[in-house]
Design a protein around this ligand. Structure first.
Ligand code: C5P
Length: 235
């Protein structure tokens, strides 16, 4: 693991995805996971079911929130949404880099210094044939690298990247950019629908700053013990 990575408490680098059906289940999980991981990810499923109150409620329990709504709209709408997310107390949030340079710049300007705004490149559900269909030539990796560059040039300080994109992104963008990586599976864990996962240790060694982990923790019989095992494994 690089020395910068080793210096940070590994628990703070874990983001637990609260992909749960409603606020009661999500808040029970926040209470169960004590001491807390770095952040809790609130995504579309939970946000649509529970509304912005879920962000306040997680914060009231002492949790920090990554609001993963993957915003993509005209620059004015996205920059206002970023402002709203920040006022709500989200410390990390996502936008789609497919929104283009003007949208990215507006969003980056709207994000206050204390918020880490992350750009999402190509979803791992898309393959090369999906790119062809929407008129994109080149490989998935080329398109990821192109979008990431536009994001960084537009003022973003962070990216979401799948395990297989970590090394090329780190090589190109150095250590200044924060990289958040989902698709993490501890050794021996159920892969669920993750096709190209890395273990927590592998992902940190490949250059991730934060790991997004959902079901290996939230669907475990004892979520807190599962989180503790992952932390112990990367120390
Ligand atoms: O349960 P699991 O650990 O697979 O959850 C991973 C989380 O990361 C989910 O919230 C999922 O939507 C998200 N994610 C992903 N792969 C991507 C982008 C986001 O698994 N490429």
């Amino acid at each position: 693991m690089n020395t910068q990575a080793a210096a940070v408490d590994p628990r703070t680098r874990i983001i637990v995805a609260l992909d749960l059906p409603g606020p009661a289940a999500a808040l029970d999980m926040v209470c169960a996971l004590s001491p807390h991981p770095g952040l809790f990810k609130v995504g579309l499923q939970l946000f649509i079911a529970a509304g912005p109150d879920i962000v306040r409620a997680v914060r009231d329990l002492g949790g920090r929130v990554f609001l993963d709504l993957k915003l993509h709209d005209i620059p004015n709408t996205v920059s206002r949404a970023v402002e709203s997310a920040s006022l709500l107390g989200a410390e990390m949030a996502t936008i789609h880099l497919h929104g283009g340079r003007a949208m990215i710049e507006a969003a980056a300007q709207a994000a206050p210094a204390e918020m880490l705004l992350l750009g999402v490149t190509i979803l791992t559900s898309a393959d090369e044939s999906a790119l062809r269909e929407i008129g994109v030539a080149g490989t998935v990796e080329e398109q990821v690298m192109r979008l990431a560059q536009i994001g960084v040039d537009g003022g973003l300080r962070g990216l979401v990247a799948s395990p297989r994109e970590l090394q090329p992104l780190r090589r190109t963008h150095g250590s200044e950019i924060k990289i958040v990586t989902p698709g993490i599976r501890p050794r021996g864990a159920n892969p669920n629908d993750q096709k190209r996962s890395l273990t927590p240790r592998e992902a940190l060694e490949a250059g991730a700053d934060y790991l997004v982990i959902g079901r290996p923790i939230t669907a475990a019989p004892d979520p807190r013990a599962a989180l503790d095992r992952i932390v112990a494994d990367v120390v």
